[in-house]
Ligand binder design. Structure first.
Ligand SMILES: Cc1cc2nc3c(=O)[nH]c(=O)nc-3n(C[C@H](O)[C@H](O)[C@H](O)COP(=O)(O)O)c2cc1C
Length: 399
């Protein structure tokens, strides 16, 4: 497959040094990177460093074209899949807002036919200044995509909004800029991770869910344009800042959080491993005594059944982690819980693992997904949901 080409603009922000690390990350993610510097950016970082890391000569001067017809200020933007400006100075945002074209990078932005994503980085007062906010609003209305900034301690010693966005979130925004926005204006609620039910003050019953599937679904849905909220139990992974998180560590918290948020969403994906039983709680710590003790377990409410009974007007997705008869058990779950689709998978080869084979079970057919990374499976599952939703919509329109 041909590599996607990112034209990386670097402007005169003190965060320009981070562009060096960013280039490495982009290349690691299989992007071809062409760097363009503003004159001020050269005060912060040398072209040679960025050339060495990107593997391409760094461009900065439109009056000294390196090859061809001398029209690099246009040509370069035609071959790019995305122009990314990271970091973007307050000055550069002002230029973009006014359509200025007084150097190579501003010309490329004005002449572009591909998406433009800017990642502002400046002092908090510069960022919050009315002029900067006005300029950001203007470029947003012009269709420019904006990533960040982050809140935190700044190079100048002040604290506030204005730090260059962290790279994990920036990478998601880059993917989002390059992905068809099939879930634009859609809200997706995902429950993810494992619940923990306390036995006593020190001990608990939990399960082996790592939260990776929910995380991948959330990240992928975000890149497809959805507004994503995750109700998160225990997880080995942190959610990126662009995903709203509601912490729900046990069954009761999961129940409350899902039921109170589902109406405000279009799609609910139940990817959490929620306890079917919870122990009776003993105050303090159970003392070591005889060789054998027993713990009474009480059946918990079936959240997904409740959701299927009361929210069938939403698109409902269940996961069925089974030790055997995946398709048969998944189909039973689909029908008995009144769901739109169920994703079946075998516990021993999916729980806590980064790769898994799965089967999408809907009311018409079963679709087998051969073993792959969970981010790939997430994309396939979300595209499948989109197709079913589009079919439902077409059916509603005809009737
Ligand atoms: C030490 C120093 C640090 C600076 N850091 C920033 C910054 O982080 N963000 C910003 O918007 N401007 C910063 N500036 C100001 C810009 O470099 C200045 O506005 C410049 O004209 C930007 O040019 P450009 O947008 O063409 O790259 C800094 C200036 C200096 C001297």
């Amino acid at each position: 497959m041909l590599k996607k080409k990112i034209l990386l603009g670097v402007t005169g922000s003190v965060a320009a040094y981070k562009a060096a690390e960013l280039i490495r990350l982009l290349r690691k993610n299989d992007f071809f990177v062409q760097v363009v510097l503003t004159k001020s950016a050269k005060q912060f970082v040398t072209p040679l460093t960025l050339q060495a890391l990107s593997g391409n000569p760094v461009l900065e001067n439109m009056w000294e074209p390196s090859e061809g017809n001398g029209m690099e200020h246009i040509n370069l933007s035609r071959t790019a899949d995305l122009i990314l400006i990271a970091p973007t100075s307050g000055n550069f945002i002002a230029k973009l807002a006014n359509g200025l074209a007084d150097d190579l990078l501003t010309n490329l932005c004005l002449a572009r036919s591909c998406p433009l994503l800017v990642a502002p980085a400046m002092n908090v007062e510069m960022f919050e200044n009315n002029a900067t906010q006005r300029n950001l609003k203007a470029i947003k209305e012009d269709g420019v995509l904006i990533s960040g900034p982050d809140l935190g301690e700044q190079a100048c010693g002040e604290v506030g909004l204005g730090r260059l966005i962290n790279f994990e979130s920036l990478m998601l925004d880059i993917k989002k800029a390059l992905t068809p926005q099939i879930f634009i204006n859609k809200k997706i609620l995902i429950s993810s991770g494992a619940t923990v039910e306390k036995i006593d003050e020190a001990r608990a019953i939990t399960n082996l869910s790592s939260g990776l599937m929910g995380l991948n679904l959330a990240k992928t849905a975000y890149t497809m344009g959805a507004d994503v909220t995750v109700v998160s139990g225990n997880s080995n992974y942190e959610l990126p800042q662009c995903i709203k998180k509601i912490s729900a560590k046990n069954h009761e918290a999961m129940y409350q959080s899902i039921v109170s948020n589902i109406e405000n969403n279009d799609i609910y994906i139940s990817a959490a491993a929620i306890s079917d039983y919870k122990p009776s709680y003993t105050k303090g710590k159970i003392k070591k005594g005889s060789n054998l003790i027993s713990i009474d377990l009480e059946k918990t409410k079936d959240i997904l059944s409740y959701v299927g009974e009361n929210f069938s007007h939403k698109f409902l997705v269940g996961f069925a982690a089974e030790s055997e008869n995946v398709v048969e058990n998944g189909k039973n779950k689909l029908l008995s819980k009144n769901l739109d689709i169920v994703i079946g998978n075998e516990i021993k080869e999916s729980m806590g693992k980064t790769k898994a084979s799965m089967v999408i079970i809907d009311h018409d057919k079963n679709t087998i997904l051969p073993k792959a990374e969970k981010d790939i499976q997430s994309r396939i599952i979300l595209e499948y949901i989109f197709k079913l939703l589009s079919k439902e919509k077409a059916h509603d329109t005809i009737n």
